[in-house]
Write a protein that binds this ligand. Structure first.
Ligand code: HEM
Length: 528
């Protein structure tokens, strides 16, 4: 079967009219007036003062003065690529989402990989989480899977995110260090946040220094919902598996490369695509029936936990191929606006309190980052299907809306769209039953912070364990406050694994713990 793009409407074809090539053209002002001299400002006499009348100078300078936009508050440094996604077989029994129905359809995607902590100009090969954000331009609108290269997160509740980011971003007053977690504020915060134990093990492992964006796993992290045509809901976790396999640098390499080629991962991605070695990732799903929600000794709504694959295997369902570099970094990689709230019928949220807060944060931040409420109209963000709504005006408005009416309901006619019934693709939220008292409290089911951290440690080979210990010694060795080092050893690592705590302690001048505070990890029974 010949693959086809969604609705025959290609994202690339949509972008084409926006592309500009000025080769061989005359220079003009923004008003289209040809410019005869762009080297000399208009002066009263060859050595005289510059004249206010010089509209070309003023326009050129005005635009230059405003060329920069704020970088993302996190994930500022990124690299993007276009491509497509194809499902291997229809997933009709699981979800009604059209992107998962027809193996002959290629859904266009734009992907942005990123580091989290560093500024836009920081080095690639630092120890950090990596972002793995995918925008699917589906025939039902855009679906964004805004994931990371680690399956778990630092915190359980979105309200802690500003604290986490304040702790990890470069410190006041000196803005050092710029791109790594090796500082007092970060380890101070972590040592007081036992819920971060699991992800910290991932961050200290080789997973935090990927060899290449092409050799990196991705995870949706949260538990989402799939809904099928009959309205049946199931829980789903998303996984990306690189076809090349997962590979990391070692720390010594990472440090040297950061000096010699700070664009190492960016260059690798770009060159691979230029050479036709298209990066590929398979999409996997872990499915949990709604009635099995309570079957686990952790909470599916807790983003610091993964679902062990011994309990729920990953089913591979499709493939992502990246086959085109952006034409313009700013217009595409920088202006792209991902948002976990961009969903399509057949995909829904859960009450994961981290996810729920994210659903607010992304639009809010993009409002200022991308200069007003019309950033969905930027070429890279536009869906491949038409947009009709009653939103009007605002900075950067590109549309010329016709008709008198921009409200609903409306009896005068002219110009206004009306909501679609579900059968016509109207999005209907999953009818989940909720009840409870209005409280600020964590569920007790979110209470175990160390078992999966221990499980992670035990899953490593001796060499990988050694790398992790070295990383902990390196990072904590940069921490000037002894009390923080001690808390990390005695309150944190010693609850994960005694041997780990002793080995880290020995490298950072801390008294090794006497007592073994770690809990035995439950034996995982395979799913029957
Ligand atoms: C980017 C907030 C957790 C993945 C961002 C941005 C914000 C943000 C404000 C910048 C967006 C922009 O300027 O366009 C939050 C909050 C979180 C959270 C409040 C928790 C409450 C997570 C988690 C993941 C994640 C758990 C992974 C599953 C990403 C990625 C980007 C990003 C990949 C970069 C997107 C891009 O490439 O443009 N986040 N985030 N974030 N976040 Fe989160």
């Amino acid at each position: 079967v010949q693959p086809r793009e969604v609705q025959g409407s290609s994202k690339q074809a949509q972008l084409e009219p926006q592309r500009r090539d000025s080769t061989g053209q005359y220079l003009t002002t923004n008003q289209g007036l040809r410019v005869s001299d762009t080297d000399n400002s208009l002066k009263a006499g060859a050595r005289g003062p510059t004249l206010l009348e010089d509209f070309h100078l003023r326009e050129k300078m005005m635009h230059f003065d405003h060329e920069r936009i704020p970088e993302r508050v996190v994930h500022a440094r990124g690299s993007g690529a276009h491509g497509y996604f194809q499902v291997y077989e229809p997933l009709t029994e699981l979800t009604r989402a059209k992107v998962f129905q027809d193996p002959s359809v290629r859904t266009p995607v734009f992907v942005r990989f990123s580091t989290v902590v560093g500024f836009r100009g920081s080095a690639d090969t630092v120890r950090d989480v990596r972002g793995f954000a995918v925008k699917f331009y589906t025939e039902e609108g855009n679906w964004d899977l805004v994931g990371n290269n680690m399956p778990v997160f630092f915190i359980q509740d979105a309200i802690k995110f500003p604290d986490l980011v304040h702790a990890v971003k470069p410190e006041q007053p000196d803005q050092m260090p710029q791109a790594s977690a090796a500082h007092d504020t970060f380890w101070d915060f972590i040592s007081l946040m036992p819920e971060s134990a699991h992800v910290i093990m991932w961050v200290l492992s080789d997973r935090a220094i990927p060899r290449s964006y092409r050799m990196m796993e991705g995870f949706g992290v949260h538990t989402f919902r799939f809904i099928n045509e009959a309205g049946k809901a199931r829980f789903v976790k998303f996984h990306w598996r690189p076809v090349l396999g997962t590979a990391s640098l070692v720390w010594d390499e990472a440090q040297k490369i950061a000096g010699k080629d700070p664009d190492f991962n960016r260059r690798d991605l770009w060159e691979a695509i230029e050479q036709g070695n298209f990066p590929e990732f398979e999409l996997g799903v872990q499915i949990v029936e709604e009635e099995d929600e309570q079957r686990f000794d952790f909470d599916l709504l807790d983003a610091t936990k993964l679902i062990p694959e011994e309990l729920v295997p990953v089913r591979i369902v499709g493939k992502l191929t990246l086959n085109r570099n952006p034409d313009n970094f700013f217009a595409e990689t920088e202006q792209v606006a991902f948002h976990p709230g961009h969903v399509v019928p057949g995909i829904d949220f859960t009450n994961d309190p981290l996810l729920q807060g994210r659903l607010f944060s992304y639009l809010d931040t993009q409002l200022i980052r991308l200069g007003g409420p019309n950033f969905a109209q930027l070429p890279i963000n536009r869906p491949v299907v038409p947009v009709h709504n009653n939103q009007r005006e605002g900075y950067g408005q590109q549309e010329i809306h016709r008709g008198r009416a921009s409200y609903f309901p409306n009896s005068l006619g002219g110009g206004f769209p009306a909501p679609a019934p579900e059968a016509e693709g109207g999005y209907v939220h999953h009818m989940e039953r909720v009840e409870g008292h209005k409280i600020r409290q964590r569920s007790p089911s979110f209470g175990d912070h160390f078992s999966q951290a221990t499980m992670f440690w035990q899953s490593l080979t001796p060499t990988e364990q050694e790398h992790l210990v070295d990383a902990a010694r390196f990072e904590l060795g940069k921490c000037k406050v002894m009390a923080v080092r001690e808390r990390m050893v005695h309150e944190f690592f010693s609850r994960i694994n005694h041997d780990l705590a002793v080995r880290v302690a020995e490298g950072i001048g801390v008294e090794p713990p006497a007592a073994d505070l770690s809990q035995p990890v439950q034996q995982l029974a395979p799913e029957v």
